[in-house]
Design a binder for this molecule. Sequence first.
Ligand SMILES: [Cu+2]
Length: 353
Amino acid sequence: MKDVSVSVLLFAVAAPLGAQSLLYRPPNLGGTWVPDGGVVQFNFVHRFYVSPAPSHAVVNFPNFTFAAGFGHQVALGAHFATRSLIVGTGNGSLSSNETEVYGRWRLHGAEGQPGFGVAVTPAYNLLAKSADGELGVDWTKGALTLHGAARAVSRRLGKSGDAAAAFAGGVNARLNPYIGVSADVGSFVSPTVRSAWSAAINFLIPGSPHTFSLQASNATSATIQGNSEGISSPKNVLYGFEFTIPLHLKRFSPWFHGRPKPVTLGAPAGTPVAAEIRISSLKFATDTVRIAAGQSVRWVNGDPVEHTVSFDVEPGSPLIPPNASYIHRFDKAGTYPYHCTPHPFMSGVVIVR
Ligand SMILES: [Cu+2]
């Protein structure tokens, strides 16, 4: 049983999450992650500082990221910051609303898998009227992911100067499948400015594909430029949080295609069933069922997404489509822990007497 729980833990760490995870990306790095085709990513970063007494006014730095996956490891997206870094009277200094549109092509690797990931991110900063770009590399082994990025911009935001290069590096350390810490630093090379930095504690919200982080940083926007220069006045530390929300367009398919036909997988239809377990809201409705040897259990997928019933000790189901069911017959007494492969946080146990 101990071996089983260890292997489940390793599996949960190694599995791709189908969503950008803050356990695999520090706050001020775009990373190499690309949403799957048909997935829309929404990230919300909110940072702030509190001005001194007597006003105690909270000054907010909200940032929104939208990105859509198009398959083939390609995504298109945009960052929007309502209070970007503006210093002096240079490029873009008439507004503080900073928008960057970007594409990302992941050349190698997959989030959550060991080894290297490489992605190129061409971008255009509308406020600075600057063609920007980033080459991102990350390397994952076990609980650690190291990140590096090389950046170039054609017109610096808030400066009158021309093109510039920037470099950034960061690290993620995962304490368990649900909690990690991360830090990063990034800076323009020349002319030198205050580096952007961040430190964060990151959470995967159990039972969901969402991640959340609590952060300290001096960066005001999530763009390539904003991640390469820190705020220095009137405050030089901002506190805040980030929330990542993947929207799987497949989930909305019943709106357009109606309910799919019920099908039965596993044992032939008509097999007597001793227990039924409903799958809904990314959960097995019954944690533990007890049956006698020779009896069968039926799982019914009431979710609009595919799940599996994957046993730790013997072969389980294929992908179970929405509205389909899977029947498994247990011939031998024993304890059969299982989980869902696409959603490793979903688990249950069948106890056979
Ligand atoms: Cu699942």
